[in-house]
Ligand binder design. Structure first.
Ligand code: SF4
Length: 110
């Protein structure tokens, strides 16, 4: 694993978008992503979001294989210009132990 997060370079492996878990959505992000997709908020949340337990908020939905619903087959993000804060801040300001293990940008091949 690299020592300094500022040395991080995304390798476009898509691994961080395949780890089971939640991508929380802030209220302004719901509106921004819905607008980007040309949907109203109701259409967006019913198709692409789930309610977190305890009604804590919304998270992006996942596919049956656990990958994020917006991860394309070529490992690009369908909503990249407006992706949630959690995605934008990984791995410098937001992370999870499981993500650190799988990230090719943080675990370069020898
Ligand atoms: S929104 Fe984009 S960057 Fe975030 S987990 Fe989904 S595919 Fe990955």
């Amino acid at each position: 694993m690299i020592e300094k997060p500022h040395d991080f370079q995304c390798r476009r492996c898509g691994a961080c978008c395949r780890v089971p878990g939640y991508v929380e959505l802030l209220p302004d992000e719901v509106e921004r992503i819905a607008n980007f997709l040309g949907l109203d908020i109701y259409e967006f949340t019913s198709k692409y979001a789930i309610l977190l337990s305890g009604r804590r908020g919304l998270s992006l939905a996942s596919r049956s294989d656990d990958r994020c619903i917006f991860l394309r087959d070529d490992n690009t993000c369908e909503i990249n210009p407006v992706k949630p804060r959690q995605c934008r801040e990984f791995p410098s300001q937001w992370t999870e132990p499981e993500l650190l293990k799988v990230c090719a940008g943080l675990n370069p091949s020898p």
